[in-house]
Ligand binder design. Structure first.
Ligand code: FAD
Length: 465
């Protein structure tokens, strides 16, 4: 592990989007940078390699976005999904500093694709990476290595030495055995604890056993735990997370984007007891999909079923696993392992409550129910057109919101409110400063990119001091 023996100014722990943004920024600011990454080279890039798009502030349409997305709209969208629970200074900073992301990312090798049409509703506000998150991460690694950043794969940081709240060194488990790495400053960008089922069970109980982890198995939260044990000030609800309705047939880890199901707004969702439990048409899917994992996690046995009919199928992204199909609702119930009479009754009750309206998947339309609890506010149409389709759904956890408090310089703030001198955090590990509940599609990368760059610059400045 020759690379670990070289002197370094800034140590970056975690090689996802936030870590690479930090490494590139620190290196450009003149620091010698080492990135330590748990995964093998083939699996580098953490959850970031599963991403597709990033939300950013822009005042005009470009080749890659269809119109402007200004600060107040961005802010209002964030307030709506978070119920205004955020650190306003840091949230505004994130929004404002996202304005140059298109240029910065492109200057560091990322390529964008033309706006997408279809059901995503993101073509105006979000940039889509050509080749997805994997291509983005490959571009960042290439740039970082070209600039002289050192990267050590299969190097899991197990402990931090932080006497008196100052970073001194990190204990690393490498392929060749344990090692100790010293640096003048550290950027912790090691994700959340979403892949750590025993830790999730502390807050979710046995239900967490039925969670499917959409991303990397390496985000075990070890660095988050270390920082909290050393007295970093926690932020965010420990139960808070981004979790979606996932196809129950998905693999336990790393299934990525394709196992997410977007059928929910176009039909009904029932639990094992054949009860609906939330408004499937509350808002556009990008503003609501991230709460559905949590909703399913609260249902018996953490399973639910999305039921749609033939006319709904063209309106959502095709699923990677084919839907379960039947020519009648009772037959569909049998194939899904549900009570046929119960599902038929649930569908009939819903159909009877649907009021006439004009169906429009591109708008918050006038198709809604009346007298039904919970209501369906938009896109409510009778489920009456065979064939009928069903998907079993599980909570698919994307990332957790419990994190460490940071200030505007991405410095970790300790429980006595003192900012640490040389410990910085970026990405999921501090996203809870801004996201305590709800989510805006593409905002995880925004937070990581903005705070990664700040952390890298500030860590380099500290290393030079
Ligand atoms: C399927 C999926 C799709 C998503 N799509 C989008 C999207 O389109 N847009 C969007 O904005 N967000 C999306 N997200 C969320 C997004 O991935 C995260 O918000 C963002 O990538 C987090 O970046 P990060 O750098 O903090 O974490 P990560 O990218 O997960 O990187 C953390 C890295 O730290 C490493 N690590 C962990 N512990 C240690 C340790 N102890 N020592 C060394 N290394 C360690 C991990 O191996 C990992 O590589 C998606 C997430 C998933 C799972």
């Amino acid at each position: 592990m020759a690379v670990l023996a070289q002197p370094c100014d800034v140590l970056v722990i975690g090689g996802g989007n936030a870590g690479l943004c930090a490494a590139i920024a620190a290196c450009r600011a003149g620091a010698r940078v080492l990135v330590l990454e748990s995964a093998t080279k083939d699996f580098r890039g953490g959850n970031s390699r599963h991403t597709r798009d990033i939300r950013y502030l822009h005042k005009t349409a470009t080749n890659y976005v269809t119109g402007p997305y200004r600060e107040e709209e961005f802010w209002n969208d964030l307030m709506q999904v978070t119920g205004s629970e955020t650190d306003e200074r840091l949230a505004r900073l994130t929004i404002q500093a996202s304005e140059d992301l298109a240029d910065w990312t492109a200057a560091n090798g990322v390529r964008w694709q033309q706006p997408l049409r279809g059901t995503l509703h993101l073509a105006r506000s979000n940039l889509f990476m050509l080749g997805g998150g994997k291509a983005m991460m490959n571009a960042y690694y290439e740039t970082a290595l070209r600039l002289g950043v050192q990267v050590a794969y299969e190097s899991e940081v197990c402990k931090l030495s932080l006497p008196a709240g100052e970073f001194v060194s990190a204990s690393v488990q490498t392929r060749d055995g344990p090692a100790e790495v010293k640096a003048k400053a550290v950027v912790v960008a090691a994700g959340g604890f979403e892949a750590n089922i025993p830790w999730l069970k502390e807050y979710w109980g046995e239900a967490a056993e039925n969670f499917i982890v959409r991303g990397t198995k390496h985000n075990q939260g070890r660095m988050l735990q270390e920082l909290l044990e050393y007295g970093a000030k926690p932020v965010g609800d420990p139960r808070g997370c981004h979790a979606v309705a996932l196809d129950a047939r998905a693999p336990k880890f790393d299934g990525g984007i394709v196992t997410r199901l977007d059928s929910v707004p176009f039909g009904i969702v029932v639990n094992k007891e054949l009860k609906r439990f939330y408004d499937e048409g509350e808002d556009f899917w990008p503003k609501r999909y991230a709460i559905w994992g949590g909703l399913i996690a609260r249902q018996p046995e953490q399973i639910a079923y999305s039921i749609v009919d033939g006319k709904a199928l063209p309106h959502f992204m095709p699923s990677v696993f084919p839907p379960i199909q039947a020519s009648s609702v009772p037959e569909l119930a049998v194939t899904l392992g549900l009570d046929p009479a119960g599902l038929e009754a649930a569908v009939q009750k819903f159909n009877a409550a649907v009021r006439p309206g004009t169906f429009d998947p591109t708008n918050l339309d006038t198709c809604r129910t009346q007298g039904l609890e919970p209501p369906k506010s938009h896109w409510a149409r009778p489920i009456d057109t065979p064939p009928y389709y069903g998907y079993p759904l599980r909570p698919g956890i994307t990332f957790t919101y419990l994190g460490v408090t940071v200030n505007e310089q991405a410095r970790v703030v300790m429980s006595d409110h003192r900012p640490a001198t040389n410990i910085f955090a970026a990405g999921e590990v501090m996203a809870g400063n801004i996201l305590r509940r709800g989510y805006l599609a593409g905002f995880g990368l925004t937070i990581g990119s903005v705070f990664g760059r700040i952390a890298g610059r500030e860590a380099a400045r500290r290393a030079r001091a």
